[in-house]
Write a protein that binds this ligand. Sequence first.
Ligand SMILES: Nc1ncnc2c1ncn2[C@@H]1O[C@H](COP(=O)(O)OP(=O)(O)OP(=O)(O)O)[C@@H](O)[C@H]1O
Ligand SMILES: Cc1ncc(CO)c(N)n1
Length: 271
Amino acid sequence: MKRAKALTIAGSDSGGGAGIQADLKTFQELKVFGMSAITAVTAQNTLGVHGVYPMSLEAIEQQLDAIGLDMGTEAVKTGMLFNSEIIELVVSKVKQYGWQQVVVDPVMIAKGGSALLQQEAVFAMKKYLLPVATVITPNIPEAEELTGLNIKSLAERKLAAEALFELGAKNVIIKGGHDTDDNLTDLLFDGKGFVELYSKRIFTENTHGTGCTFAAAIAACLAKGQTMEEAFQIAKEFVYCAIQKDLHIGSGHGPTNHWAYQEQQNRTVRS
Ligand SMILES: Nc1ncnc2c1ncn2[C@@H]1O[C@H](COP(=O)(O)OP(=O)(O)OP(=O)(O)O)[C@@H](O)[C@H]1O
Ligand SMILES: Cc1ncc(CO)c(N)n1
């Protein structure tokens, strides 16, 4: 049996809700074979980030070569890249192996406020990573940081999406989790037009890793050959189910439920 493959290049979250762990769980649930290259190890739980240990460039390069030289991948998802050297290495490997379908989640700050990307690396992200991105998936503060724009309204978000497209990303999705509204809008711009997806805000503390899960779902769908719009819709539904059927693990911001989407699909098929 042939399965599509996806590679996540990201940080490890010991708590299992975000980073590499969220990505691999999402790939598995969407029936894609998951592979990983770890850029940093974090000591994290639902209370916050307690330690960040970046991997050496050599260790990251070897992981990427191990996959590039033997296994190949139909899609790549990047998450926590931590510094500009790691960003430049990842971009050179994406080009060397001709990897297509590159989903860039420009992870900068964890929900508790810890820095997962050094400030000086924002420049490298804009100059080198965006031009190889099939799609970039910032939340609102990340879109503000990358564009220098203030985003209060949907109209301003559209301007930011256009600015990120101009920087080289072929598609831009600005997520609405940080919207002040109780109706969340996620916005896709493909250089020609906008697609808006809406949902109600779910009131829960357990939203750790929503951004990673969302971007990993996009990568899984693109790996299987689905269109950007299909991937966008499935990722939104996947993360909505994962937040709605939360697991209540830990005493802080808990992880989402990566099983929920498939469990809902199975119920729909049976009834
Ligand atoms: N409380 C919520 N209720 C419903 N959907 C939500 C909620 N919070 C986030 N989402 C959805 O989750 C997805 C991720 O959005 P969000 O803006 O939270 O990403 P993020 O800030 O990058 O996440 P992370 O905390 O992992 O960095 C989007 O599709 C968003 O609409
Ligand atoms: C390793 C890692 N990547 C990304 C995030 C953002 O959710 C996080 N908290 N930890």
